[in-house]
Write a protein that binds this ligand. Structure first.
Ligand code: AGP
Length: 611
């Protein structure tokens, strides 16, 4: 959640830090700060910290122009320990300014560390866990920064990515991580560390991802990496294919709208590389046919929209590959003491690859001896690097807090895996497989067609922007789709929206339906249509305003719904990819109509890297 930027080089640091933090704003934050090292002063480490938005920090530093020094660290904080204020904002300093640190993650044993440090005479200025790190670094700094870092992190339990300055090491910036992401890069202007790629894209595309317990030193000649024994190590660099504008808004009013419109390309880029001569080629996955035939059950775990992908995938793997699937919320999975049998494939789905609960679920499953497969969008992310097998979606950088294109790309990944498994296990007939491949290849253009209805969805959103409660209903795969539709609406419009299996309404919830209640019914599954229509009749009879999403030609819906949205026809199992588009547009335009910051809704962060 927090954003970290570090820099040393030939340009004044403050402006680079501020601009870098701005490109990490999507991570969600409530305070910010920078610290620079200006070796010429009596106290070379100087910090500026503010509560609120980055602009306040720019105002406090004359947009960085008033700040000396060519090396520094910056931070945007998403509060976990201690309320948002300047005292709790990072960087945290110790030893009268001998050391400064910024931190992303959570130190689980910080209270015990704090007591010990207070016993040594340290006086804490904040309520944060991070300040214990600053004092530990000061305590262990005997002149060797690597040794001080190693000795410090050995005392820490929990997750951290750190940016560090030492008073007596002018021109140097240090970084170290465990379980929170940290990248390093170098350009003609100098050397960088950051929580995520967009922060450094204007300067270089060549980055490396620190692995757990690796240390990096940024210095005038570039980068040096160390292991926990203090030995120099080599790191591989990758070239980020995103252009700076790919991480910008590209002319759209919001990242979310841009990313909704990028879905055809996200699907094309995710699907196309895996179709050769009309067949799926998933060789990069590295799963052998024997491994696939050996799967007796799939256990899925994820959070939020990624969990909705898993709920969808359950129907798809069971229908196309005849493999039983269990789905857990990642935050529940490891605490229910699951019975995990031999031959269970653990699948974790995550856009960021850094969601703490999903990473913990992955580690738990691996510790139980399960083969793990991750579906991830961010290359080099923690979940991607720790899973045994990885299927990368190619949605590109997703900046808006509300996921859209990554969700769609994850669905496509699940379709391909289920079809591949079904064919390898000989439970999917070749002709069905080929027919589904053809339908899969058409999804990007069909989404493009649906996007032509954007103005109609904006009009609809204007009519219902003041709805107090919204109910999303569907059966089978449509139920999995309405889970996502409800989350999209509530997370960016703050309207109370709930998704229900349509057949469940009569078991209590229908008591909430009254005149004017907004009900969105999704009806695409041929074998369930009649039952869905009867549920629509039930709510309509009780005065609900009834909206419907169904496929072209199913005009019977007009007899029931007050407003029907039509989507192109496809295979039943692929409808979730088409249904979600009008639901995303509806949520987006309702949020806009309500004057909400669509890309940064309150209380939410793009990547929830704390449990
Ligand atoms: C979805 O719009 C939300 N941003 C949230 O539910 C998200 O899907 C969830 O936090 C999981 O994130 P991940 O895919 O990066 O693991």
């Amino acid at each position: 959640m927090c954003g970290i930027v570090g820099y040393t080089g030939t340009t004044k640091a403050a402006r680079i830090l501020l601009d870098g933090l701005e490109r990490l704003e999507y991570r969600g934050y409530d305070s910010a700060g920078i610290c620079v090292s200006d070796g010429n002063r009596e106290h070379p480490l100087q910090a500026w910290k503010v509560k609120g938005r980055l602009q306040a920090l720019r105002d406090a530093t004359g947009n960085g122009e008033q700040v000396p020094g060519f090396s520094g660290i910056g931070h945007t904080r998403w509060a976990t320990h201690g309320e948002p204020n300047t005292e709790n904002a990072h960087p945290h300093l110790s030893g009268g300014g001998k050391v400064a640190v910024v931190h992303n993650g959570i130190i689980e044993n910080y209270q015990e560390l704090r007591q010990k440090l207070e016993g040594k005479g340290y006086v804490f200025q904040s309520e944060t866990d991070t300040e214990t790190i600053a004092h530990l670094l000061n305590e262990y700094d005997k002149g060797d920064p690597i040794d001080a870092i190693v000795r410090t992190v050995m005392h820490l339990r929990g997750s951290f990515a750190l940016g560090i300055l030492f008073e007596d090491r002018p021109g140097e910036v240090y970084g170290v991580r465990r379980d929170s992401p940290l990248i390093a890069a170098v350009s003609d202007e100098g050397a960088f560390i950051a929580s995520d790629v967009p922060a450094i894209l204007p300067y270089t595309r060549k980055v490396t991802y620190l692995d757990n317990m690796e240390i990096v030193c940024l210095h005038k000649d570039g980068l040096t990496f160390y292991n926990m024994d203090g030995e120099p190590i080599e790191k591989e660099f990758t070239t980020v294919s995103w252009d700076v504008e790919a991480a910008e808004k590209g002319g759209y009013a919001h990242f979310m709208l841009k990313e909704i419109h990028e879905q055809p390309k996200a699907l094309e880029d995710t699907i196309r590389p895996h179709i050769q001569d009309g067949k799926l080629v998933l060789s990069e996955l590295g799963m052998t046919d024997d491994e696939i035939r050996g799967i007796r059950r799939i256990q899925m775990a994820a959070c939020g929209s990624a969990w909705h992908v898993c709920m969808t995938a359950k129907y798809i793997f069971e229908r196309l590959a005849r493999i039983p699937v269990d789905v857990d919320l990642a935050s529940e999975f490891r605490y229910r003491d699951p019975v995990l049998e031999e031959g269970t494939l653990l699948m974790v789905v995550s856009q960021s690859g850094e969601t703490a609960d999903s990473l913990a679920a992955l580690r738990y499953g691996k510790a139980q001896g399960m083969l793990s497969l991750a579906i991830v969008n961010v290359v080099g992310s923690s979940i991607a690097r720790e899973a045994d097998r990885v299927f990368y979606t190619a949605a590109g950088p997703e900046i808006a807090v509300a996921t859209t294109k990554a969700y769609s790309a994850q669905l496509a990944a699940c379709y391909m895996l289920a079809m591949h498994f079904g064919l390898v296990r000989k439970v999917m007939a070749e002709e069905d497989y080929l027919r589904h491949i053809t339908a899969l290849s058409r999804l990007p253009e069909q989404i493009e067609q649906i996007l032509q209805q954007e103005a109609r969805m904006q009009w609809l959103a204007g009519k219902y922007a003041n709805t107090r409660d919204a109910f999303f209903i569907g059966r089978g795969l449509d139920y999995a789709s309405v889970l996502e539709g409800a989350l999209k609406l509530k997370e960016i419009s703050y309207i109370h929206a709930e998704a229900y299996a349509a057949g469940e309404l009569k078991h209590g919830t229908i008591s909430l339906i009254e005149k004017g209640s907004m009900v969105m019914s999704v009806a695409t599954q041929h074998d369930l249509l009649e039952k869905e229509i009867s549920n629509m009749v039930e709510v309509h009879a009780r005065g609900a305003t009834l909206l419907a999403v169904t496929y072209d030609g199913n005009y019977a819906m007009e007899d029931q719904a007050d407003f029907t949205i039509y989507i192109p026809k496809t295979e039943d199992v692929f409808y979730p990819s088409l249904v979600v588009v009008p639901l995303q547009l509806l949520a987006y335009y309702v949020s806009l109509a309500r004057g909400i910051d669509v890309d940064k809704p309150r209380n939410l962060a793009k990547s929830v890297t704390v449990e």
